[in-house]
Design a protein around this ligand. Structure first.
Ligand code: FAD
Length: 381
């Protein structure tokens, strides 16, 4: 039947493109519907790169998924004849007792991840670009690195299309409804489509498509920038890692030089501005740019040059900062991904695979209970 599919994927960004690939790989008839162009800069996944860390202070229960994500980024890059994963090592940097280094260490110990704890002197000797306080310590994990996030959307979508997936861009979904026989009907500005299953991977627009999520999802704006460096040799990917850094001024995160002449730094992580994704402006927050520049001047002075590029980006946060991967209450044929609370891109490869598993078998190899919608009701009770 025309306009009829096994699965419709609502939103072809980080998560949705991966879901399209894993579904198409299983022989499913897939339709991906995307509001904007493929790889646009209006959502949550632009800005060239995203950090992947396996030492996970957010919770050791993420580590099995991270291991699989890591493997999939490598395999998918090979399948698409490109490189999606760059392993540079990751370092978590914070003053003694600040908490998150200890939590990252605990996840390394529990899951047998290679790691080293470095004191301030060892950090300075190994990575001379950092000028930190004597109280800082670091957790080094050699498997961390970054994912080429924009490239990965093209890679996932390209692989999916090569296996027969249809991807329609500039076609926003206006509404969807469950059908009497247990499927879904989806209406866009250009047509109506039916499918057995629906995956909602619309990022910051997920709360509009899933009322059950809306009370527990806040969309916020963040600013990132690339700054001129005075000693580029210090920041090359073969000698400088991805990092997260806690200092008096807040939590920041950064990358080695890659595909851009500037040094990329984001933060402060919790300086979040509520944001309406339907606002057509994506203007960087000047206060945040100033905070980033002050952090660079004080702690990474060889990367504290002029801003070369600044970008605004959004993400969707839940009250406990954990993900949502769950069926919608009352509509088991609809899977909601992902509300990743600012730390989700690294998982897109495995979340795509999980979405395909749920759509085709109703099950996942991973324990998804920490990501249920029901946890919000339990917390409120
Ligand atoms: C500044 C910043 C830094 C970050 N750093 C990291 C990091 O270092 N590591 C990490 O792991 N994570 C990081 N994250 C988080 C990560 O980037 C996000 O969790 C991830 O990109 C979310 O992907 P997504 O697919 O849910 O959203 P998106 O990639 O935005 O995809 C959603 C798609 O749905 C489309 N859409 C929306 N509504 C509709 C509709 N009605 N019809 C059709 N299509 C629709 C959108 O246009 C969009 O393309 C960061 C986020 C930001 C903003």
């Amino acid at each position: 039947m025309a306009n009829s599919y096994d699965v419709i994927v609502a939103g072809v960004g980080g998560m949705g493109s991966a879901a399209c690939w894993h579904l198409a790989q299983r022989g499913q008839r897939v339709l991906g519907l995307e509001r904007f162009d493929l790889g646009h800069g209006m959502g949550s996944s632009h800005g060239l790169t995203r950090i992947i860390r396996l030492a996970y202070f957010e919770g050791s229960h993420y580590v099995p998924m991270l291991k699989r994500a890591h493997q999939l980024w490598k395999e998918t890059g090979e399948a698409a004849n490109t490189q999606l994963l760059y392993v540079t090592g990751s370092i978590d940097l914070a003053p003694e007792g600040a908490g998150f280094v200890e939590s990252s260490l605990a996840s390394c110990i529990e899951h047998g991840l290679a790691h080293e704890v470095l004191d301030a002197r060892a950090i300075a000797a190994r990575f001379p670009a950092f000028k930190l306080t004597p109280q800082h310590k670091g957790l080094w994990q050699p498997d961390g690195g970054f994912v080429a996030s924009e490239r990965a959307i093209y890679a996932h979508a390209g692989l999916a299309m090569a296996r027969g997936a249809e991807i329609r861009t500039n076609e926003p979904i206006l509404s969807w409804r469950p059908t009497a026989h247990g499927g879904v009907e989806v209406t866009t500005a250009r047509g109506t489509y039916s499918a057995g299953k629906l995956i909602l991977s619309a990022g910051a627009w997920n709360p509009e498509l899933a009322q059950a999520l809306a009370p527990n999802a806040a969309v916020v704006k963040q600013t990132i920038g690339w700054f001129a460096v005075s000693k580029p040799a210090l920041f090359q990917p073969d000698r400088f890692p991805v990092f997260i850094l806690t200092v008096d001024e807040g939590n920041f995160y950064g990358f080695p030089l890659w595909e851009h002449p500037g040094f990329k730094l984001g933060g402060p992580h919790f300086a979040r501005q509520p944001f309406d994704p339907n606002d057509s402006e994506r203007v960087a927050n000047e206060g945040q740019v100033d905070a980033i520049r002050q952090c660079l001047a004080r702690y990474i002075p060889d990367a504290a040059g002029a801003p070369l590029t600044v970008r605004a980006c959004m993400y969707t946060v839940t009250p406990d900062e954990h993900f949502v991967i769950d069926a919608l209450p009352g509509a088991e044929q609809v899977t909601l991904l992902s509300c990743c609370s600012g730390h989700g891109y690294k998982f897109a490869s495995v979340i795509g695979e999980i979405a395909a598993d749920l759509a085709t078998t109703g099950q996942s190899a991973f324990d998804l209970s920490p990501f249920s919608l029901a946890r919000f009701q339990k917390a409120a009770a």
